[in-house]
Ligand binder design. Sequence first.
Ligand SMILES: NC(=O)c1ccc[n+]([C@@H]2O[C@H](COP(=O)([O-])OP(=O)(O)OC[C@H]3O[C@@H](n4cnc5c(N)ncnc54)[C@H](OP(=O)(O)O)[C@@H]3O)[C@@H](O)[C@H]2O)c1
Length: 237
Amino acid sequence: MSRICLITGGTRGIGYAIAQALVAAGDKVAFTGTASDGVLKAEHMLAAGDGGRVLGMVCDVRDPAAVQRAVETVVARFGGIDVLINSAGVGVGVPVADLPHDEWDRIIGTNLTGVFNCCRAAIPHLRARGGGWIVNISSLSSTGPFPGGAAYVASKAGVNAFSDALMQELRDDNIRVTVVLPGSVATGFNNRAPATGSEWKLWPDDVAHAIVDLLNHPARSLPSRIEIRPSRPKRSG
Ligand SMILES: NC(=O)c1ccc[n+]([C@@H]2O[C@H](COP(=O)([O-])OP(=O)(O)OC[C@H]3O[C@@H](n4cnc5c(N)ncnc54)[C@H](OP(=O)(O)O)[C@@H]3O)[C@@H](O)[C@H]2O)c1
C-alpha cells in the first residue's frame, strides 16, 4: 500500500535520495528545503513520471509555525502523514572558542530543535492514521566526536537521546521511531562538494536503501537504532 511520507531536507543529498527511493516505491512524497530554487528543482526531477505524488515545500525546520503550515499542507494535499523522515541538517567544523553564537544556534536549531518541531507537528496526524513511522537522521559522529565538531556532535547526540525517548513514548500508539546513524556519506554537506578520492564513502542511495528496507519491516519488529558505515573506510596515515 502506498505511504504518505514527509521528508525534511529533501532537496539534495541523503534526503533527496530517500525521496527518490520512496517515489520509486510508489509512495506519495512531500519534502522541504529552505532555498526555493532547490525545492523547485528537486520537485521537477522527482515529479518526472508522476507529478501527482510529489510535493516540494519551502520550510525552515527551525520555525515552528512554518513547520505546522507545511504539515497541514501535506495533510490537505495527500490526506494524512504515515512517515516523517527528519533529514535536514547543517554543520560546521569550527573550534568552540571560535564558534559564533549564531552558528551554535543554527546548528542546534536545525539539527535538534528542528527535529522536535517536525515531530511535534506530525505526531497528531500519525496518530490519526492509526500509526506510522518517524525516522531521524543522526550521525555516527554522535558517538565518535571530533575536534571542531562540538556543536554538530552535541546536536546529533541530542537527536539520539530524543529519538530513544520518543520511541518509548509512541510505541503503544503503533508509531515506530528509528534513529539512523550514517558514517561518512558523499554529499555536498556543509557546502563542500564530495572531494575526489571519496569513493570509499557511503552514497546517499545506500542510506535510502536502508530506509526503504526499514519501512518494509513487519509490524511486530522495530529496529530502533541503525548504524551504517562504509564497509572499507579510508585509514589515515
Ligand atoms: N553527509 C554526511 O557525511 C553525513 C553523515 C552522517 C549524517 N549526516 C546527516 O544526514 C542529513 C543530511 O545530510 P546531507 O549530507 O544529505 O546534507 P546536504 O546534502 O547538505 O542536504 C541538506 C538538506 O537539508 C536542508 N536544510 C538545511 N537546513 C535546513 C532547515 N533549516 N530547514 C529545512 N531544510 C534544511 C537543505 O536544503 P536547503 O539548503 O534548501 O535548506 C538540504 O535539502 C543531515 O542531518 C546530516 O547531519 C550526513
